[in-house]
Design a protein around this ligand. Structure first.
Ligand code: FES
Length: 85
């Protein structure tokens, strides 16, 4: 599991091992956009402010991976991630 801060919303959540970032975020922000939930449509892309991402999609370019992630499939490599949402 890892800690997830939603900086603009002022919320800090825990993402359990068997859960996705999207599932955790939707618990706090039910209007969060998503579609395929499989890492290929890009709808769930969010900006990453801090932390190291474990990218598990096939869509984002290396440049995009520098500051964003697809929260339906990707997880954290660090103990903590901070998203701009
Ligand atoms: Fe489609 Fe995440 S919801 S890439």
């Amino acid at each position: 599991e890892f800690e997830l801060e939603l900086r603009r919303s002022g919320r800090t959540l825990t993402v359990p091992a068997g859960s996705t970032v999207l599932a955790a975020v939707r618990g706090a922000l039910p209007d969060t956009a998503y579609s395929c939930e499989q890492g290929f449509c890009g709808t769930c892309q969010q900006r990453v402010l801090e932390g190291e991402v474990d990218h598990r999609d096939e869509l984002l370019t290396d440049a995009e991976r520098g500051d964003s992630m697809l929260i339906c499939v990707s997880r954290a490599r660090s103990d903590r991630l901070v998203l701009d949402m």
